[in-house]
Design a protein around this ligand. Structure first.
Ligand code: MN
Ligand code: MN
Length: 459
């Protein structure tokens, strides 16, 4: 009976049972590089800048119209500093299609409002508008940092990062003391801290003198002295509040990584790494690091933008191939995170269909909500293809769904890739506490997702 079970049943195993010593060492090195990337890439803008400089250091060139390309050439398109697409030209024509991996580098956070600075009761604050799906109460009373850029009145650019260096001050959103929380604690969690309460404390010391708004004036004076900006410059800025601090090992066995924004930079890094040192693939390998996924893949740097067509058409033009033909024969791994089973909240998941930490890259046939609405829903053929590719490459994989039916759900860029007539499957790293200020992933799953991207590129 045991033998028959082994033959007939699908019985996933914990990845540590099959990990070789060599793989284990590789996994640790890979995760160190990933952690370093995370510490430098807290916004899509920073992730794009990191990728541009790393790509150039590895022989990639900026793609321009009319550029001649040969197999093995490495090119990228920097989409206005907010998203980036890279490619390694394959030995076969683009008419045979490309192997694409698509992740996103934006993460939930609090963006400054266009007119953010104010003083109330002699405390200076920034007003914010949250970006993406957050539980607002999680963002109070934690160390916060300010990241972003400002275009000054004269058109010059200044980059601002406050709260990451050990000598920097941090920023902070307050919560009500427990002693006076009798009413607050009766509210539903969505209303414990509301959107207009996500006000970031900047300072309390007034400038010496007579008049109003002297704390605000003090803060503006400090910003002016250090960055040369005035209050109206906030209008031409992208300043965002993110959790302060570095990516850390978690657990006594150090098997997990805790960081802000694993969703989806953990898949973004998994896509970049194998591409950097790739030789000549059979099919052209394409890596997309998109922006705006957390708010619906909209905007010029989101996955619905024609920027992707612009880049791919430049590649196709260099070979006299029609873009539509290239798309029709392409495959896309929509590399995005999924929910890892959390025994603390077991009732939200279907155990038989949920991903688990340490069981490898999670393949997700469909995402969506309420009857798969919004899902790309990969076909049996597409699932068969990815399963074969991963098995042949020895990549540990598992299946995933986003929680119990009608419990909620989620989306990815998969639908927008499939809209382009590209066969697309969702897959990525299982995450515990997704969209929290600090999220958890397992090192083993990070490593397996990188191997999965590599296998897709080389398929
Ligand atoms: Mn995501
Ligand atoms: Mn997300």
């Amino acid at each position: 009976m045991e033998e028959l079970k082994n033959t007939l049943f699908y019985a996933p195993k914990n990845g540590y049972a099959t990990l070789t010593e060599e793989q284990r060492a590789e996994m640790e090195c890979y995760c160190k590089r990933y952690a370093a990337f995370m510490d430098e890439s807290k916004t899509e803008r920073e992730a794009t800048a990191w990728t541009v400089s790393t790509a150039i250091a590895n022989g990639f060139k900026g793609m321009v119209p009319g550029m001649e390309l040969k197999p093995g050439d490495k090119v990228f398109y920097n989409n206005r500093g907010k998203s980036i697409i890279l490619a390694v030209i394959g030995s076969e024509s683009l008419a045979q299609g490309a192997n694409i991996c698509a992740a996103h580098t934006d993460s939930p956070r609090m963006d400054l409002k266009p007119n953010p600075l104010y003083e109330e009761s002699e405390i200076a604050y920034f007003k914010t508008h949250y970006y993406g799906g957050i539980k607002k109460y999680q963002w109070a009373t934690i160390p916060l940092a300010l990241h972003g850029v400002v275009y000054r009145k004269d058109g010059s650019l200044v980059t601002i990062t406050i709260g990451e260096d050990d000598n920097d001050p941090i920023l902070y959103v307050s919560d009500l003391l427990i002693h006076l929380s009798a009413d607050q604690l009766q509210k539903p969690a969505a209303k414990v801290i509301e959107g207009e309460q996500l006000n970031v404390i900047l300072g309390t010391e007034p400038l010496n003198g007579e008049g109003s708004d002297l704390v605000k004036l003090h803060i503006m004076k400090l910003l002016n002295e250090k960055y040369g900006i005035t209050e109206s410059d906030f209008l031409s800025a992208e300043l965002t509040i993110v959790p302060a601090g570095k990516c850390r090992e978690v657990g006594l066995d150090r098997s997990l990584l805790g960081a802000y924004g694993h969703d989806d930079r953990v898949c973004a890094f998994a896509e970049i790494e194998p591409l950097l040192t790739m030789g000549i693939p059979k099919h052209t390998a394409v890596c997309i690091l998109a922006d705006k996924e957390e708010i619906g893949s909209v905007g010029i740097s989101g996955m619905r933008s024609q920027a992707f067509e612009y880049f791919m058409e430049m590649l196709c033009d260099s070979q006299g191939v029609k873009l539509t033909q290239c798309f029709a024969n392409s495959f896309c791994l929509s590399a995005d995170v999924t929910n890892a089973f959390d025994p603390n909240f077991a009732e939200t998941c279907d155990r038989r269909n949920n991903s688990k930490v340490n069981y490898g890259v999670a393949i997700c046939k469909y995402t969506g909500a309420r009857g798969k609405s919004g899902a790309s829903d990969a076909s049996a053929e597409a699932m068969g293809h990815i399963r074969t590719v991963l098995d042949n490459a020895g990549v540990l994989w598992q299946t995933a769904t986003m929680g119990k039916v009608d419990q909620g759900g989620g989306g990815t860029v998969a639908g927008y890739m499939a809209d382009r007539n590209i066969v697309t499957v969702d897959a990525g790293v299982p995450v515990i506490s997704m969209h929290a200020p600090i999220e958890l992933v397992s090192k083993l799953d990070c490593y397996m997702t990188m191997l999965a991207c590599k296998a897709i590129y080389l398929a």
